[in-house]
Design a protein around this ligand. Structure first.
Ligand code: G3P
Length: 215
């Protein structure tokens, strides 16, 4: 399983990369807007230079033709940039054209197996089911991840599943058990994944015992 960071924050990305466990980044317009009014292109180029793997960033266009133009432009920003295209009918058309041009697409905002199937058939490199947002409306996001992983494997689709919209450490465990090849996690969730009170307690007991005897 590979871990990506779901953020556009440079400090968080630097830290994740330094830990040696982050092999990609995913962003979206909301995450980018959290960094203030900056140059979109410059921020993505800075992230791409820091990350040893794919960096997904989303088109803002809604129509197929303008999505394709925007994606072509974004694809020139860096070698490791991946264009996020939403799971709409225009997105399917854009994904088909872009994949033929060898532009890597992350088919995003996927909330059903049918959407994921169309993205994979259109040639997307990555397909991103949004777990937390499905849970928010009373559905089961992890079940969708499981279904997509199973169906892609039935057909040997090369598209890789990115479990996205993960909100807490339990989601990461469930995404791993569902067989997601990639999970993209917010920085705070990455920090939650390592924390355990018994580890902290264990360290302080070891140090206290050592100090008592060794001084
Ligand atoms: O990777 C998708 C993610 O950024 C969406 O997360 O928490 O806004 O549903 P969230």
């Amino acid at each position: 399983m590979r871990l990506f960071l779901d953020t556009a924050n440079i400090d968080h990305i630097r830290h994740g990369v330094r830990l040696g466990i982050i092999s990609g980044v995913t962003t979206n317009p909301t995450l980018i807007s959290r960094e203030g009014k900056i140059s979109y292109k410059e921020l993505i180029q800075e992230i791409c230079a820091l990350v040893p793997g794919p960096v997904s960033t989303e088109v803002l266009a809604q129509e197929a033709k303008s999505m394709i133009d925007e994606a072509r432009e974004i694809s020139r920003w860096a070698e490791n940039v991946v264009v996020k295209i939403p799971a709409t009918i225009a997105g399917v058309e854009a994904t088909s054209v872009l994949s033929q041009e060898k532009i890597k697409v992350n088919f995003t905002l996927c909330f059903s197996l049918n959407q994921a199937l169309l993205g994979a058939i259109a040639g997307a490199t990555y397909v991103s089911p949004f777990v937390g947002r499905l849970d928010d409306i009373g559905h089961n996001g992890i079940e969708l991840v499981k279904e997509i992983v199973e169906v892609f494997s039935n057909y040997n689709f090369p598209a890789q599943v990115i479990a996205a919209s993960l909100r807490h450490a339990r989601h990461c465990i469930e995404a791993a058990k569902a067989g997601a090849p990639i999970a993209t996690v917010p920085y705070e969730v990455l920090m939650q994944m390592i924390r355990h009170p018994l580890t902290d307690l264990g360290i302080s007991h070891f140090l206290a015992d050592w100090k008592r005897v060794m001084g």
